[in-house]
Design a protein around this ligand. Structure first.
Ligand SMILES: Nc1ncnc2c1ncn2[C@@H]1O[C@H](COP(=O)(O)OP(=O)(O)OP(=O)(O)O)[C@@H](O)[C@H]1O
Length: 604
């Protein structure tokens, strides 16, 4: 896969030897290093820019401390150290996860229902733990669930980049896993955002596609946003997914945040109920109690909280002494949640300090909460330690579950989420892009010492709107690279591609990815003499014999795909000299894993 930018040079870091590049994200490059003492492989995430001031440095330190404390959770990637490299760039050394991310796996293999449930319940424990520490993840998606050497799923990417500055904190998100309120202006974030994203992640694992991706149809960012906001959720299309699980998914992805599970813990409990129904082992939800330690097993079953590795779940005040990953600075860069409820996360959902989720009093929450709010010293217990096979890879201690312990999900009230949802036809998938709302840093941007930033959602929505205007003859053009809104040049524009997780560059984690079809890069158009046509050219680093499909793209219509084996396409220009095209690489019937690249030529 060709990155949208060249990776930066690996910095010299005392005590570590650079081995290879693992991959590049929007704000960082991740390298494999060999730590000298003790000898072990580590993944080092190096931010693209050095810090401009002491305030940013302090924010980075606070964030790294927080992450390190959170990362003791068994389903959160372990952080080893955070520091500043010799070239001035901050870095984070972490556990090297040698297995492909779930972002790669769900697209390339059919995951079993049991594994999907197990993974998501485990990750739910991580997310709930973060929420109790006052942190929203805000970018939960399959690609951010890595696999350790032992195959344990671990959540990563808590947005260390969001320490950069206020702009970075604005919003950057992965459209396919984002809820409708993320597309509001300004975007809204709360616990419900993570509940939706985790539900959407589970859906992706089961369906092999993200929830609003329609096989065979256009799955650009504008399409996805429209469907996420307005269309009902389709069934996963799998006969081995029971109706109860479809309902849990629909509840977690109810359009109205108030109609979702009030906390990730509640969502996880509903999944445990499905595990019970399917006679699967119940996966424990790993949480800390109020003293900050995992409660030791004892021999009394906990019928009320099946499989929750926690006895006295309490209202944890993130500022309190027992809070895991207690923020050093309450005014720090990460999004903090409110507290003070017996349902801490639920309370937080209503009190997001950034923009509260508006709860419509006329719409009662449809989730039936667990019978009792969590209480301190509930003195329930776990009976025996059992080995949870598969992803768990370790000893866990689910309590004896009771089929009546956790309430079954009830039908969401949101009209679009009711059963009877359309089931998409099975057809070859056209993968949608992973993180869709990022600026693609240009070399010029890289050259200046500017904090990387994520593009606020409303800006991208504005870009979508601008593209609509373009179809109507407007002169403003944007290159929409499946969600990347890049302002185009006056006469020539270039579109570069996102580098999605799971499609890394050459490196040890990529062995199983050699079959992925890369995406074209450096797509640019130039008006031909006479102004009636434009010639687009692009770069491509795939295999001999790979071909391309290209087509003209308008705001609400896409032209017929045209095959070519050349890296060139001549497109007719529209009114005002505007024209946008998208180009997809094809190999043996397979398309670019990252979808098409797109670029626009803007008229006068
Ligand atoms: N601890 C790790 N072990 C192995 N691979 C990792 C680790 N952390 C990240 N990676 C891989 O490195 C690549 C880049 O990761 P990074 O988190 O920077 O990018 P991203 O998630 O694609 O983008 P962004 O962070 O901008 O959303 C991804 O392919 C990711 O799977």
């Amino acid at each position: 896969m060709s990155p949208r930018r060249n990776p930066t040079a690996p910095p010299a870091i005392p005590g570590f030897e650079h081995v290879s590049l693992i991959g590049s994200g929007g704000f960082s490059d991740v390298f494999l290093y060999e730590q000298k003492r003790p000898r072990r492989r580590v993944a080092i995430k190096v931010l693209l820019h050095e810090w401009a001031n002491a305030q940013q440095r302090a924010a980075f330190d606070a964030e790294a401390d927080l992450m390190a404390r959170l990362s003791t959770h068994p389903s959160i990637v372990t952080i080893y150290e955070a520091d500043i490299a010799s070239d001035g760039r901050p870095y984070l050394a972490m556990e090297y996860c040698s297995r492909p991310s779930l972002g790669t796996r769900y697209r390339t293999e059919r995951l079993g229902v049991a594994e999907c449930l197990r993974v998501v319940v485990q990750i739910a424990g991580a997310v709930e733990t973060a929420h109790r520490a006052g942190i929203l993840h805000r970018d939960i998606k399959p690609a951010n669930i890595l696999g350790t050497d032992y195959g344990h799923p671990v959540l990563t990417d808590f947005g260390i980049s969001s320490t950069l500055d206020d702009v970075a904190r604005a919003e950057g998100l992965s459209i396919p896993w984002s809820p409708p309120e993320s597309f509001a202006d300004p975007p809204v974030a709360g616990v419900g955002t993570d509940v939706w994203a985790l539900g959407a992640t589970l859906y992706s694992f089961l369906a092999g596609r993200s929830p609003f991706e329609v096989p065979g149809a256009s799955n650009g960012s504008a399409d996805l946003v429209q469907r996420i906001c307005a269309q009902p959720l389709a069934h996963t299309g799998r006969s081995d997914v029971p109706a109860s699980l479809e309902l849990v998914l629909a509840t977690s992805m109810a359009k109205d945040p108030a109609a979702r599970y009030p906390s990730v813990l509640d969502f996880a409990r509903a999944l445990q109920q499905v595990q019970i129904e399917l006679a699967h082992g119940v996966t424990p939800i790993d949480l800390l109690d109020d003293s900050g330690v995992v409660v030791a097993d004892d021999d009394e079953p906990d019928d009320d909280e099946p499989g929750t590795r926690l006895r006295g779940v309490v209202s944890i005040d993130p500022a309190g002494p027992g809070a895991p990953g207690k923020p050093r600075d309450a005014a720090g860069p990460v999004e903090r949640l409110g507290t003070g409820s017996a349902w801490p996360a639920a309370a937080a959902a209503q009190q997001s300090p950034v923009t509260p989720v508006r709860r419509d009093p006329g719409v009662p929450p449809v989730f039936v909460p667990a019978p009792e709010p969590v209480r301190p010293a509930a003195a329930s217990s776990q009976p025996v330690a059992v080995v949870d096979p598969g992803w768990t890879g370790g000893v866990s201690a689910p309590s004896a579950p009771s089929a009546t312990a956790t309430p079954a999900p009830v039908a969401p009230r949101w009209a679009g989420d009711v059963p009877g949802m359309p089931t998409p036809q099975a057809s070859p998938l056209e993968p949608v892009e992973d993180t869709l709302l990022r600026d693609a840093p240009t070399e010029a941007e890289d050259a200046v010492e500017e904090a990387p930033r994520k593009r606020p959602v409303w800006q991208t929505v504005a870009a979508v709107v601008a593209l609509v205007a373009l179809a109507g003859g407007g002169a403003t053009a944007y290159a929409l690279t499946r969600g990347h809104a890049q302002k185009a040049d006056a006469q020539e524009t270039t579109s570069t591609r996102e580098h999605p997780a799971g499609t890394e560059d050459d490196g040890p984690a990529n062995d199983n990815l050699s079959d992925l079809v890369p995406t074209v890069t450096n797509l640019k158009g130039k008006a031909d003499k006479g102004g009636k046509t434009a010639t687009f050219t692009w770069d491509y680093q795939g295999k001999d014999g790979d071909t391309f499909m290209w087509r003209v793209v308008e705001a609400i219509h896409k032209g017929k795909q045209q095959p070519t084996s050349r890296r060139k396409a001549v497109a007719p220009v529209g009114t005002g000299g505007d024209v946008c095209i998208e180009v997809l690489a094809v190999r043996d019937g397979k398309q670019s894993a990252d979808g098409p690249a797109a670029a626009c030529l803007k008229g006068d």
